[in-house]
Design a protein around this ligand. Structure first.
Ligand code: RP5
Length: 168
């Protein structure tokens, strides 16, 4: 559970996914928003099952105050690309691995966008990187987010520096 209660009315990041079944994979994006104090919303918006909702959401996202969209989907994963075609905002795509094809279908569907309609695609199931990338985009405008990113990067750096003599 990530506490987002104070900020729910003014989200600046929209996390969307094709199905509730994507939620477990997408939770780290929400956790990252919470870690950096970024107000967000999180919803199911399906390109195939709810195309009208996708159109409405993407057309209005920037008008409602969103600044970045993170979109996760699996299989024939058209959600991030369709959202990118309808919004002026940066869209970060998360390929969700389903039981067939090891997530390669999702990855290819999301990464192979036609020239002129970019989706910043992260690794398969890597919603955490989508969250960090969203934070980096926002840090251009919000110095508080920049500061939190710097602290987090320093912690990450510390966590991977080991002397390996003990492991020999
Ligand atoms: C995609 O279909 C969703 O993003 C999900 O990854 C996949 C399967 O959805 P469910 O059948 O589990 O609802 O649109």
């Amino acid at each position: 559970m990530y506490s987002n209660a104070e900020n729910k009315s003014n989200p600046i990041v929209g996390i969307i996914m094709g199905s509730e079944s994507d939620l477990e994979v997408m939770k780290p994006a929400a956790a990252t928003m919470a870690e950096f104090g970024i107000p967000f919303e999180i919803k199911v918006v399906s390109a195939h099952r709810t195309p009208d909702r996708l159109y409405e959401y993407s057309k209005n996202a920037h008008i409602r105050g969103l600044e970045v969209i993170i979109a996760g989907a699996g299989g024939a994963a058209h959600l991030p690309g369709m959202a990118a075609s309808l919004t002026p905002l940066p869209v970060i795509g998360v390929p969700v691995r389903l039981k067939h094809l090891d997530g390669m279908d999702s990855l290819m569907s999301i990464v192979q966008m036609p020239s002129g309609v970019p989706v910043a695609t992260v690794g398969i199931n890597n919603a955490k990187n989508a969250g960090i990338l969203a934070a980096r985009i926002l840090s251009i405008k919000y110095p508080d987010i920049r500061s939190r990113l710097e602290v987090s990067a320093a912690t990450t750096k510390e966590s991977v520096i080991f002397d390996l003599e003990d492991k020999l």
